[in-house]
Ligand binder design. Sequence first.
Ligand SMILES: [Ca+2]
Ligand SMILES: [Ca+2]
Ligand SMILES: [Ca+2]
Length: 205
Amino acid sequence: MTITCSDGTDQITSSYKVDISDAVPVLTNFAGTSGPLGDLSPVGTSVHQFTVTDQDDAISCSINAQESAKFGINKLDTATGAQRFDGMTIATLDYDSATSYTITVTCTDAINPVTSSRTINLADDKPVFSGLPATLSPARNDGFQTATLLCTFSVTDANDQSISTCLIQAPMDSFFNLVPGTAPTFLRSWVKASVTLYAASSLSS
Ligand SMILES: [Ca+2]
Ligand SMILES: [Ca+2]
Ligand SMILES: [Ca+2]
């Protein structure tokens, strides 16, 4: 700017410069740890919400290259000032492949980037039974048995390779056994041949 002063006769001028630097956005609540997050959580599950503040610029955020295949950022506000973001999953997860991810977010007002990191811990979700009734119906006759299929059931877990360890606990394993079915996750419960069942007490396998 140029400043002019005068004593009524003589006029003098001088100029000086005021540098204006852009205020850096402030990312306050991203660092830390989230989870454990079940590895069967659906795509789009929110992991962490955070806020970036810039008084006059709209902020955009991105996640570092490798982890951006699994996690994304959705902007909840479009305004300037305190702007909220939601970090979420954008792909399926599997505890057997990775037990945690450390994601680094970069947020910028298009001039000054700021970064912060957060660790997302995963947990393996349990498999689930289906088709296994609480009580076999109709009841089996007691006495000497021939090998007989009792029921077919399945144990499924969307991202585990196979359910390899189903067993009937002792002492009922002397009366009953499990046989894998056609698919790796399908199992059949049988009463064993040549065993004798007694009606005095119901057996549970
Ligand atoms: Ca700014
Ligand atoms: Ca898993
Ligand atoms: Ca699992």
